[in-house]
Design a protein around this ligand. Structure first.
Ligand SMILES: [Zn+2]
Length: 80
C-alpha cells in the first residue's frame, strides 16, 4: 500500500482510498489492468481468427474473426 498526496488538500492518503478522508475529494483512478485486458482480448481474438482460418473450410470466416480481433486490439491501443 502506497501513500499519495491528495490533489486538493495535499494530505498523505492511501492510494487505495476511493476519496480523501480529510477534504472528501473523490480520487478518480485509472484501472491499470483495463488497457492490458482490452489488448489481451484483441490478441486472443486475433489468435482465434488465425486458428479458425487454419481449420475452417471457409477462410473468409476466419479472416472476419481475425479482422474483428485486430480491430479490438487497435481500439484498445487508441482509446485507453
Ligand atoms: Zn484532500
Amino acid at each position: 500500500m502506497a501513500l499519495i498526496n491528495c490533489p486538493e488538500c495535499d494530505t498523505s492518503i492511501s492510494d487505495k482510498a476511493p476519496s480523501c478522508p480529510k477534504c472528501g475529494v473523490v480520487l478518480i483512478k485509472k484501472d491499470p489492468d483495463r488497457r492490458n485486458k482490452t489488448q489481451n482480448m484483441g490478441c486472443l481474438i486475433v489468435v482465434i481468427g488465425m486458428v479458425v482460418m487454419g481449420v475452417t473450410p471457409l477462410p473468409s470466416v476466419g479472416a472476419f474473426v481475425f479482422g474483428l480481433g485486430f480491430l479490438v486490439l487497435i481500439v484498445g491501443l487508441i482509446i485507453y
